[in-house]
Ligand binder design. Structure first.
Ligand SMILES: Nc1ncnc2c1ncn2[C@@H]1O[C@H](COP(=O)(O)OP(=O)(O)O)[C@@H](O)[C@H]1O
Ligand SMILES: O=C(O)C1=C[C@@H](OP(=O)(O)O)[C@@H](O)[C@H](O)C1
Ligand SMILES: [Mg+2]
Length: 462
């Protein structure tokens, strides 16, 4: 729920309620994210977003003390709220940045959980900072959080960005609160060659300017890239990394964990790793759905690929994570025709089945409501079908390695095309014939033998 300040003045909470204050507040994932976290701990609580203009922050905080159980703050309130609070946690005070306020014993106490979110995101990837040479791109609020954590953990930090004076100002602010910290600034041309970790806290590469990157190449010793951006989930900077040598991480897990830690502060919420991972996957699902509309102007996701590549299995999971309805074309045809696929092939032959595919693909594509549509392995071989699918759908290829496809098909009995004496030879023959067509028609592709990875990569490919 998004409220204006005026609406918030008359707002009456039905149950324990938390809020995000910001200005302006466009699209924010926080209400959905906090709702998912409340659900994970079984907390009966609401989370709302309130547009609070800077001059109303003091009034809004006074109202919050009466109506709310806790608040989060975003731009431009993180610093401005500090003089209005009764107490401020030392890290938040050092950073001049409060993103979480708890109301305890009639006191408003400020914390910064962005630091915790960043720390837990690095921890998830097993990254230790002690003694590492770290390059930080940017000098704004997110950069300050990341720099503070790196320096506290004993990294040598190089801050770079377009405006070196601002980088110098951030360095001076940090060295003042962390005396002895190894903090330097450098122009983009003087980046040390032996940098091991790169952190992006600039907005360069954020949707819709996805081709922008704060660097053109990575120093050759870089083993980890963290980008605070989460739309897109894979930024141009992250794409510079060679996956064999360099791990990458986008900013979504940091976002999830700063919210989780706010709930820990508010009501001592504890989250199992599995619960956070499951919420992270759902957030990737929501982001994929948003990008499907905003970037591609489509309402559906269609999965293509060879028989046994995982279209049906992956499609069902992608549907659950995006919240879109799921349709498997083969099951849809079977339900409409009252016959199984092998029965249709046996009684009417393949050309008849292909006409049914065109008929039902048209029907499904014309629906107002979008869906995740798992196609049959042969559906995209007809150019007409591809054209129909792409009118409303983004076509993603599950480019599953051949060895995995063969394993997946080993127990299959309901694929009439493979009912040949030498099933493996026929599988290979069809695969080699079709592979160039799949490659040609797909908008995006996902290649991995591991099912869990395929689902997440499918969402991130959008
Ligand atoms: N990457 C994978 N790893 C392990 N099993 C998989 C993988 N992809 C698919 N499977 C399994 O292979 C079988 C066929 O998958 P399915 O989703 O029916 O493929 P398709 O719809 O593309 O023909 C299913 O039993 C599924 O669980
Ligand atoms: O590749 C094909 O031509 C076919 C694939 C099957 O779907 P799956 O790809 O889901 O197995 C099914 O549509 C039919 O047996 C024909
Ligand atoms: Mg299938």
């Amino acid at each position: 729920m998004l409220l204006s300040f005026e609406e918030f003045q008359t707002f009456e909470s039905q149950r324990e309620t938390y809020a995000l204050f910001g200005y302006p507040l466009g699209h924010t994932m926080s209400p959905d994210l906090h709702a998912a976290l409340f659900a994970a701990t079984g907390r009966d609580a609401d989370y709302i977003a309130v547009t609070v203009p800077p001059e109303k922050l003091s009034d809004a905080l006074a109202l919050a003390r009466q109506k709310l159980a806790g608040i989060n703050l975003t731009i431009p309130h993180k610093k401005a709220v500090i003089p209005l609070l009764d107490e401020v946690d030392p890290s938040a005070a050092d950073l001049h940045s409060v993103n979480t306020v708890a109301f305890r014993d009639c006191k408003a106490i400020g914390f910064n959980t962005d630091i915790l979110g960043f720390a837990e995101s690095l921890e998830k990837d097993g990254i230790s900072l002690r003694g590492k040479k770290v390059l930080l791109l940017g000098y704004g609020g997110a950069a300050a959080v990341m720099a503070y954590h790196c320096l506290r953990e004993g990294a040598s930090l190089y801050i770079s960005g377009r405006n070196l004076e601002k980088a110098d100002a951030l360095r001076d602010q940090l060295v003042e609160v962390l005396p002895g910290a190894k903090c330097f600034t450098c122009t983009r041309r003087r980046i040390p060659r032996d940098i091991q970790i790169v952190l992006n806290a600039t907005p360069l590469g954020m949707f819709p300017h996805e081709d922008k990157s704060p660097l053109y190449f990575l120093p050759h010793k870089v083993s980890y890239v963290f980008d605070a951006i989460y739309n897109p989930p894979v930024t141009a900077l992250m794409k510079l990394a060679n996956p064999k040598r360099t791990k990458t991480r986008d900013g979504l897990f940091m976002l999830v964990m700063q919210a989780a830690r706010a709930q820990t502060i508010w009501y001592d919420a504890q989250f199992a790793d599995a619960a956070c991972d499951s919420i992270l996957r759902r957030m990737y699902g929501q982001m994929a759905r948003k990008r499907l509309h905003d970037k591609y102007h489509k309402r559906s996701i269609a999965l293509c690929g060879f028989m046994g590549s995982g279209k049906t299995t992956v499609g069902r999971k992608v549907a659950r994570l995006t919240g879109l309805p799921f349709i498997d074309l083969d099951r849809y045809i079977e339900a409409q025709e009252g016959m199984t696929i092998p029965e249709i092939f046996a009684q009417h032959g393949e050309p008849y089945f292909r006409d049914l595919e065109t008929k039902y693909v048209t029907e499904i594509s014309e629906r107002e409501e979008g869906c995740v549509l798992s196609l049959g392995g042969g559906t995209v071989l007809r150019p007409e079908n591809v054209e129909i699918i792409k009118r409303t759908g983004l076509l993603i290829l599950l480019d599953t390695p051949f060895f995995r496809i063969v394993k997946n098909l080993s127990h299959s009995t309901n694929r009439p095309l493979l009912e040949k004496e030498d099933k493996l030879a026929e599988t290979r023959r069809l695969y080699q014939m079709r592979k160039p067509i799949y490659d040609q028609v797909a908008d995006c592709r996902v290649r991995s033998p591991r099912l869990g990875e395929v689902v997440e990569r499918t969402l991130k490919s959008i």
